[in-house]
Design a protein around this ligand. Structure first.
Ligand code: MN3
Length: 252
């Protein structure tokens, strides 16, 4: 059952102690109320918008040779930055919603004015998805899910290698641009592999994205061209299972 409590928990996880926390990404509201209020609020320009591009968190070449530095630079500095900028442009048209986190916006798209709903879906989804994506990637010798997460993976898919096969197969089959996720479904209390089109997020259907692969060609075309299978293999070798396990442990 998708209770209010589980939805709040979902939001708390998505916005909690990771860099997704919007408190780290958004301008702080002034706490001193003695300052004279400005009668005309400054417009949100790209650099002053409520949503901010989070830092990549490591060097552009940190994931070589799996993902090349030029792809990382373009992907973070241009693609992700554009999602943030367009999300800011959209939300500036509905200031009542400016104080919500991007995850709160995505969890209740139906509450947004129709004029901005699609832009928030696309660019807010892009911002949230990429913020998670950067944190999922790490070059490391050996990485494995925690025993708690490994148990849940076994329960849902039979074994870790069966999960890997299904994740790869779903990623190969995804048509066009989108993502494939390992998501937690609170209502069913289980893990699921979920494809989403475009920049849609599992958050939009009440699920919690634990990790996901960006299958837009901009994520891999410079290095791998049309060889999506090579990129998927590179991605699976970079999954920061320590980070994913930590997200899983916070589900409660
Ligand atoms: Mn991308």
């Amino acid at each position: 059952m998708n209770t209010r409590r589980s939805v709040l928990k979902t939001i708390a996880l998505a916005t909690g102690s990771t860099a997704i926390g919007h408190g780290l990404l958004r301008a702080q509201a002034p706490s001193n109320s003695t300052a004279a209020p400005s009668p005309v609020p400054a417009p949100n320009t790209d650099s002053e918008g409520v949503f901010k591009l989070p830092p990549l968190g490591y060097d552009y070449d940190a994931l070589e040779p799996f993902i090349d530095a030029e792809t990382m630079k373009l992907h973070h500095d241009k693609h992700h930055a554009t999602y943030v900028s367009k999300l800011n442009q959209a939300i500036a048209k509905a200031p009542d919603f400016e104080r919500q986190t991007v995850e709160q916006l995505l969890a209740s798209l139906e509450k947004l004015p129709e004029t901005i709903r699609n832009d928030v879906r696309n660019h807010g989804g892009g911002h949230s998805n990429h913020t998670l994506f950067w944190q999922l990637l790490r070059k490391q010798e050996k990485a494995a899910p925690s025993s708690e997460l490994a148990k849940a993976i076994d329960k849902a898919f039979g074994s870790f290698s069966a999960f890997e096969d299904k994740f790869t197969e779903t990623s190969m089959k995804l048509f066009g641009s989108g993502w494939v996720w390992l998501a937690w479904i609170p209502a069913a209390k289980k893990l699921e592999i979920q494809p989403t089109p475009n920049q849609d997020s599992p958050i939009m259907t009440g699920a919690v994205p634990l990790m996901g692969i960006d299958l837009w060609e901009h994520a891999y075309y410079l290095k791998h061209q049309n060889r999506r299978a090579d990129y998927i293999k590179a991605f699976t070798q970079l999954i920061n299972w320590g980070f994913v396990s930590e997200r899983f442990s916070k589900l409660g």
